[in-house]
Design a protein around this ligand. Sequence first.
Ligand code: SAM
Ligand code: DTB
Ligand code: SF4
Length: 328
Amino acid sequence: MLETTLEFVRPAKAKPDTERWTVAEIAALFELPFSDLMFRAQTAHREHFDPNAIQVSTLLSIKTGGCSEDCGYCPQSARYHTGVENEELLALDDVVAAARAAKENGASRFCMGAAWRGPKQRDLEPVLKMIEEVKSLGLETCATLGMLKEGQAEQLREAGLDYYNHNLDTAPEFYGEVISTRTYQDRLETLDRVRDAGMYVCCGGIVGMGESRNQRAGLIAQLANMETPPESVPINLLTQVEGTPLHGTDELDPFEFVRTIAVARITMPKSYVRLSAGRQSMAESLQALCFLAGANSIFYGEKLLTTGNPDVEADKALFAKLGINMSN
Ligand code: SAM
Ligand code: DTB
Ligand code: SF4
């Protein structure tokens, strides 16, 4: 059974106590002088990765808007008036065409996102077909469809899904301020299902939602203390969308965002840390600091799900300036 303390919600499979990061230890990393923190992050990064290689994933919203959930940051919730319309599931041909274009632009992974609480069986069938087709193009496949019920992860795996994205979003004690329609434990259960089915886990969160530094440390602790930390850790900066409850939240100091990336890198040295939402509003210099802090993955392509992302030409130019290669 899942055990809950205020500070740490124990997943079914957590690291043994002796190997666990405490929230206090992680908070102490956040407190380091910036240069010392960056040095530690660089050292960890270079032990496990080519520091000049970045993995690129392209995202496509296969089912946009009209979501039943109340995630306070999300423009796709049907509860908020954000101008995002409730659309039908995309047709297979459109998804394949987008995946082909992503591959031509140099993406190695294609992520399909759906604004669902979780897939119903009749929703899953067409998505399985999409996964098969995208996989057959020679791309890695990723999907983010919400909570999975028993047996669904296995079906996704069978269809050729490599990664499943499901975020914890924030620390356990801040979570209730942001979402009420699903619990932290619900999320951990889906993550266990993904793991048990043999897929790679993509799991991270959002910062800049008004959480404290200690709560940012709490999110990182949850991720780093999984028995096997997620292979891919997206760190999203809240993209504030008018009409959502979190619109108008105080902006996070950019150095605090860089610190969060560095702390994720140090505590999860073998994971890909993805500089995710929020890149469009970041200067190139800030993105470069994030790469120095150990971010080695991005979303690549003009759109995330409903909001903007830098265009491919701008990213290619930035990579050329920094001597960064796109890795597989
Ligand atoms: N509906 C599914 C779910 O919630 O699991 C999948 C899609 S959902 C949009 C995927 C993730 O996108 C969320 O868990 C959240 O971390 C991130 N996200 C959504 N809106 C965001 C925003 N405005 N800014 C930053 N990240 C956001
Ligand atoms: C993740 O952690 N970030 C991506 C992906 N996983 C699915 C989504 C970001 C969404 C930003 C808001 C939008 O475009 O709707
Ligand atoms: Fe729905 Fe996912 Fe948005 Fe939450 S984050 S409202 S579950 S689409």
